[in-house]
Design a protein around this ligand. Structure first.
Ligand code: FAD
Length: 462
């Protein structure tokens, strides 16, 4: 019998915390979980899931224009924001209920409260104003949107947290940021009929992605009428006489808008948790420093998910939570493999990517071959849309191994999930070439690219 109230106490019931807690409880551990907002965490309540519903909604905004080319008439089409939000909320409530049930069925105790650390084995439950003790403590508190508080009027803007519950659809939106959340919301608002301006401090949006993705998507955003302003930041936000806000940009421009949307990054949620007081080391960004077993600098305190700022995606948080539970509660030492994690941007058109970007591959490998194609998808021959597809394979020229695959185009995330199996398995370009195409699809181009791409300046020097 342990001398503690719990074998494991988890702070935060999001993707990572729930998976770790459920598994540990199912392996027989006595588990307690504290959640200060809603069980399910960011992904289910105010991240991936509600976002994808908004993405689906916004795709119809383009779809009904496209349908005309196929003989459909789509007159008097209207959109009801309130109905969308209500339907989305009903589904989120349902999922929230499933997450709570799954935790309870596994035998975990759920505490609806903010929790903090009192010492390495003691958790304070704020709502109940009492302490519980645990042999191991798992920090799974995730991250939160960051806004630049040095910008005067910054609090006139909203973040993704609030965007899911706007009272009405704004006529005009200014989005700050060039990462995937900024771009996804820019496309959501555009598809639903808003005027959108995206303001990004850097030169290229999606700077951590392959450069061809960045260039292609930038062009696609502009093609659909999103104004993209790079190398600018917000200097000041102020209220105008009416309901609007005026955003002053560092380049001197001003923009009047109905909604200012901050999507300039997220920070690990560690402030005020009592971690440093308990001896847990944090990095300069506030993330919990952990080893490959998700163990912090204090032996019995662990952390998984966004709070560790490794790869901030739901499936990764889930894997880290599962690896922790397997290792410590099922006698099955398991570590998370971070290589070749597929990623998506649910923009319009969407992005799917796995493995090395061309720039990273050239840095690490002596000979890199590039295969790429850029074309208008068959569907758009009748819709009139100028939207294009970009596909690219990055190949190790010495071994023929496919190192990376990058797609901008309809269904790119769905394609990349499957391609990721081949890339992670270390398949060669020849294996792609040996696979018979499935016609007519966009994906068939992935197995029919034969010509190595030669940059035009290299062609000229030949
Ligand atoms: P979270 O899911 O954030 O859970 C942390 C939980 O801890 C929260 O419920 C919080 O309320 C709780 N908590 C915090 N502090 C305390 C405390 N002191 N006491 C009690 N409870 C506390 N990922 C993808 O893979 N695909 C996507 O398409 C995608 N889209 C996203 C879109 C948006 C708008 C956002 C914001 C994120 C998106 N993500 C996406 C990222 C994904 O949501 C996160 O990587 C994932 O949720 C991380 O899980 P986690 O368990 O680390 O933390």
């Amino acid at each position: 019998m342990t001398k503690y109230d719990y074998d494991l106490f988890t702070i935060g019931a999001g993707s990572g915390g729930v998976r770790a807690s459920r598994l540990a409880a199912s392996y027989g551990a006595k588990v307690g979980v504290a959640e200060e907002y809603r069980v399910g965490g960011t992904c289910v309540i105010r991240g991936c899931v509600p976002k994808k519903f908004l993405v689906y909604a916004s795709e119809y905004g383009h779809g009904y224009h496209h349908a005309r080319g196929y003989g459909w008439s789509a007159d008097n089409v209207s959109f009801d924001w309130k109905a969308l939000i209500e339907n989305k909320d009903n589904e989120i409530d349902r999922l929230n209920g499933i997450y709570i049930r799954n935790l309870k069925n596994a035998g975990a105790d759920i505490f609806q409260t903010r929790a903090t650390l009192k010492d390495p084995h003691t958790v304070h439950l704020e709502a109940e104003d009492r302490d519980v003790t645990a042999e191991r403590i798992l920090i799974a508190t995730g991250g939160a949107p960051w806004t630049d508080e040095t910008v005067p009027g910054h609090d006139l803007g909203v973040t993704s947290n609030e965007a899911f519950h706007l009272d009405s659809l704004p006529g005009h939106v200014v989005v700050a940021g060039g990462g995937y959340i900024a771009i996804e919301f820019a496309c959501i608002f555009k598809g639903l009929g808003c005027d959108v301006c995206l303001v990004y401090r850097g030169e290229d949006i999606l700077r951590h992605f392959d450069a061809d993705i960045s260039v292609q998507l930038h062009a696609e955003l502009q093609r659909q009428g999103i104004r993209v302003v790079t190398q600018n930041i917000f200097e000041k936000i102020e209220k105008t006489d009416g309901e609007k806000k005026r955003v002053h940009l560092s380049g001197g421009d001003t923009i009047e808008t109905n909604l200012v949307f901050w999507a300039v990054g997220r920070k690990p949620t560690t402030r005020g948790l009592g971690l440093e007081e308990a001896g847990v080391e944090l990095d300069k960004n506030g993330a919990v420093k952990v080893n490959e077993n998700s163990q912090s600098s204090v032996d019995n305190i662990f952390a998984v998910g966004d709070v560790t700022d490794r790869v901030n995606l739901t499936p990764v948080a889930i894997r880290e939570g599962a690896a922790f539970a397997e290792t410590y509660y099922n006698d099955n030492p398991t570590q998370t493999d971070y290589r070749f994690i597929p990623k998506a941007v649910f923009s319009q058109p969407p992005v799917g990517t796995v493995g090395y970007s061309e720039q990273d591959a050239r840095h690490e490998f002596d000979n890199v071959d590039i295969y790429k194609t850029n074309f208008r998808a068959m569907k758009h021959m009748l819709t009139g849309s100028e939207e294009r597809v970009m596909m690219k394979l990055v190949v190790d020229g010495d071994t023929d191994r496919v190192l990376g695959c990058h797609i901008v185009g309809e269904d790119a995330p769905e394609m990349i999930q499957c391609i990721a199996i081949a890339v992670k398995a270390g398949l060669k370009k020849k294996d792609f070439d040996d696979t018979v195409a499935l016609h007519p699809t966009i994906a068939e181009e992935l197995v029919t690219m034969r010509e190595k791409f030669v940059p035009s300046d290299e062609k000229l020097s030949r």
